[in-house]
Write a protein that binds this ligand. Structure first.
Ligand code: SF4
Length: 63
């Protein structure tokens, strides 16, 4: 099982990740992204990888 990791110190709250995987990422009132469900399987990997690749601050990763 893969797990989404967020470095909240790097997150600038820009919301690119929300556009790629809205069922996984949500920028909340604290202007930081929150992971709605951190465990992903291979079928969800492409959308999450798109979010990771397009995060301008490099705050996201998969482990
Ligand atoms: S794309 Fe990156 S900087 Fe923007 S909200 Fe998502 S994790 Fe934060």
């Amino acid at each position: 099982m893969l797990k989404i990791c967020v470095d909240v110190d790097k997150c600038a709250g820009l919301g690119m990740c929300e556009s790629w995987a809205p069922d996984r990422f949500e920028v909340q009132s604290d202007a930081k992204v929150h992971v709605l469900a951190e465990n992903i399987d291979e079928s969800q990997r492409d959308a999450v990888q798109g979010a990771i690749d397009n995060c301008p601050t490099g705050a996201l990763s998969i482990e």
